[in-house]
Design a protein around this ligand. Structure first.
Ligand code: PRX
Length: 640
């Protein structure tokens, strides 16, 4: 029996939304869509030709209009974004400021030749100009593709080549732990030799020295001459809003493509239900906009609701370990949404730090991105929320667009169980199934699937309809395969049990094993490689890599480890750096030649190695184990 926490959770489902949703999910979402402002109504709520779903057919809408124009009468002077710079600066951007800036920047984009449907790459730090750029794209029907500012030049190049972006928006530099990261230089490296990029717009954030070429234009100069009015384009409900690249099981990141009307409907409803958002709230989500949480619950959902939010530029522990609580206290944050990795780090810093701040403004606490361990859940509940604030553990994915599983204090009261996201949201039907697609009995591990289309779901993978079908819709007929393991308990609560595929989650970020392995193998001295994730106290999971070198090579493992790590940093980004690389003579494989990552993981965690009967060569395990033990011994010696 798991522990439950019953606390008063605000409103109740007076409108019986769950009942309505259960009886007809399409007409339920039809009603929800009416919460947005449409230019013209839809004729039918759903066109479902598996695996492609179109929501609100015939309706026309604009995301930027719903985020800004609709608030100009009642909330023009309300802060939309209270921005906290890492270096202590702060800025307040009201709804009317946003409205003016977005229209001006939309005119800038037009003047640079951007048209409806064109892709625009955005590589900016966490500054208000990032949401402003996104909304300006949305205003004219351009498709934004934001790249997390920690990604490398090679990653930008691949994404720009794939999306064929004409324009890149970047900054001279961004602050990270007091240092300036030269983003413009990274973009220069990325686009050297790419003809499709016509212009680079450069925001001067850090005032560091940069090289400007003919293609480059300064943000401020463009804005100073831009006209103020730009009407929002009336776009088809399924018009693409953005591409967001994410790691999957293949060597190449997938371009997850999201639409407009369905996506916004999903965000509007879930933000209200999960966070019970009120006009007086101050919302703070710590996610970087470079990831989906930032797209959905920093940019679109809060702005759709005319909410005030805090946006923070830098590292959560800079200049010291109290930074987050200082921001919360200063801005009287009422709803805080963060990750288990951040929470584990805060917990390690000790209770004295948050206890020395006044956090009494808080009323709801959210978690996203990875399973939250029950101990961390309880710490969050007791130490941060002082047993007053429900923990909103939200499960979702880049592909789902918005939350699919979450407690919903804005809708209903439900006892909370530390570590479970409770139940699916109304209008979404989930199941936990076995290999054949049959529901598994309660408390048995299975695959999490979604039974019906939902409004926030991806339209497809950019330029890869077949891959879209294969990755998500081929394992089970007409049901979405999430790639996650889960179990359902006797009360119908869902417990997420981690990825079932070759995707790692390091500090909540998705990293594809195939992508990382192909990067390692592209090093001249490497013949083969296998990576896996092992549990970590703070990051949830860290990467270890096993590498087989080309025949007869003499090497210095420290030098080679540095070289391979450097390659990973420059090809992918530092988030994919393995904690340790083990140079092994061979890898354990099945008779059909498949690398047994399960065994490597077992070696990495120090667990008992089980059945090796399917292996082609059992001695490979002994060899790997020997290298692993020796490497660990020498690490211990060095650190002693
Ligand atoms: O494994 C699940 C985990 O994160 C994956 C999705 O990653 P991404 O597309 O980067 O989106 C993260 C932010 C929504 C899922 O397949 N995950 C996400 N939220 C949770 C979670 N695992 C457990 N509990 C969660 N609340």
């Amino acid at each position: 029996m798991s522990e439950t926490f019953n606390i008063g959770l605000g409103n109740h489902d007076e409108q019986n939304l769950r009942k309505k949703a259960d009886s007809d999910f399409v007409s339920f979402w039809d009603d929800q869509a009416k919460n947005l402002s449409w230019f013209s109504p839809w004729t039918s709520a759903l066109d479902w030709k598996p695996p492609f779903a179109k929501w609100f057919i015939g309706g026309t809408i604009n995301a930027s209009f719903n985020a800004l124009d609709v608030h100009q009468d009642s909330k023009a002077d309300k802060p939309a974004i209270i921005w906290e710079g890492e270096n202590g600066e702060s800025r307040t951007v009201t709804y009317s400021d946003m409205f003016v800036k977005v229209q001006k920047f939309a005119n800038v984009l037009k003047s640079l030749g951007v048209q409806k449907g064109d892709r625009v790459t955005i590589y900016l730090p966490m500054v208000p100009e990032l949401p402003i750029s996104m909304l300006a794209c949305a205003r004219i029907g351009a498709v934004h593709t934001v790249i997390f500012s920690g990604f490398s030049a090679a990653s930008i190049r691949d994404r720009v080549n794939d999306s064929k972006s004409k324009i890149i928006i970047t900054a001279d530099g961004g602050y990270r732990r007091g240092k300036i990261v030269n983003l413009k230089e990274t973009v220069d490296d990325a686009i050297a030799g790419i003809d499709s990029v016509e212009h680079v717009v450069v925001l001067e954030r850090a005032k560091n020295k940069i090289h400007m070429s003919d293609k480059d234009k300064l943000w401020d100069e463009l804005m100073s001459s831009a006209s103020v009015l730009c009407d929002a384009e009336k776009l088809d409900s399924s018009h693409p809003l953005f591409i967001l690249y994410t790691s999957g099981t293949t060597g190449k990141p997938k371009g997850v493509l999201h639409g407009t009307g369905g996506y916004l409907t999903h965000l509007h409803s879930t933000f209200k239900w999960a966070f019970d958002i009120q006009d007086s709230d101050v919302f703070f989500c710590t996610a970087d906009i470079g990831w989906v949480t930032g797209h959905s619950y920093v940019v679109y959902a809060p702005l759709l609701h005319g909410a005030t939010q805090v946006m923070y530029e830098g590292a959560p522990d800079f200049p010291d370990e109290s930074r987050m609580w200082d921001i919360l206290q200063k801005n009287k944050v009422t709803i805080f949404y963060t990750t288990p990795t951040a929470l584990r780090m805060f917990m390690k810093f000790g209770d004295d730090i948050p206890n020395s701040f006044d956090l009494s403004s808080l009323r709801l606490l959210g978690s996203v991105g990875e399973p939250i361990n029950p101990e961390v859940w309880k710490w969050y509940f007791m130490t941060i929320g002082k047993e007053r604030c429900p923990i909103i553990d939200t499960w979702w994915q880049t592909e789902t667009g918005g939350m699919l599983i979450s407690p919903l204090p804005g809708l209903e009261t439900i006892p909370l169980k530390p570590g479970s996201g409770t139940r699916p949201i109304p209008g979404v039907s989930l199941d936990v199934v076995d290999e054949n697609g049959d529901t598994v009995p309660s408390d048995i591990k299975g695959y999490l699937v979604v039974n019906n289309p939902w409004p926030g779901m991806l339209l497809t993978l950019w330029g890869e309809n077949e891959k879209y079908q294969k990755v998500y819709w081929s394992k089970y007929e007409n049901r979405y395969y999430s790639g996650d393991y889960a179990r359902r308990d006797d009360d119908g609560y869902i417990w997420l049990l981690g990825r079932a595929d070759d995707v790692l989650k390091v500090a909540g970020h998705r990293i594809g094993t195939a992508e990382l392995e192909s990067c390692i193998v592209s090093h001249d001295n490497v013949a083969e490689s296998a990576v896996c994730g092992i549990p970590d106290d703070v990051k949830g999971e860290v990467i270890i890599a096993f590498v087989v070198l080309r025949n007869g090579l003499k090497f210095d493992s420290d030098v080679l480890q540095k070289e391979i790590t450097g390659k990973i940093r420059s090809d992918i980004g530092s988030i994919a750096t393995p904690k340790q690389i083990y140079f092994v003579p061979r890898l354990p494989k099945t008779r059909s030649g498949k690398i047994m990552r399960r065994i490597l993981k077992t070696i990495g965690t120090g667990d008992v190695i089980g059945d090796t009967s399917t292996l082609e060569d059992g001695a490979a395990v002994t060899d790997v184990k020997k290298v692993f033990d020796e490497t660990q011994k020498s690490i211990r010696k060095k650190s002693a």
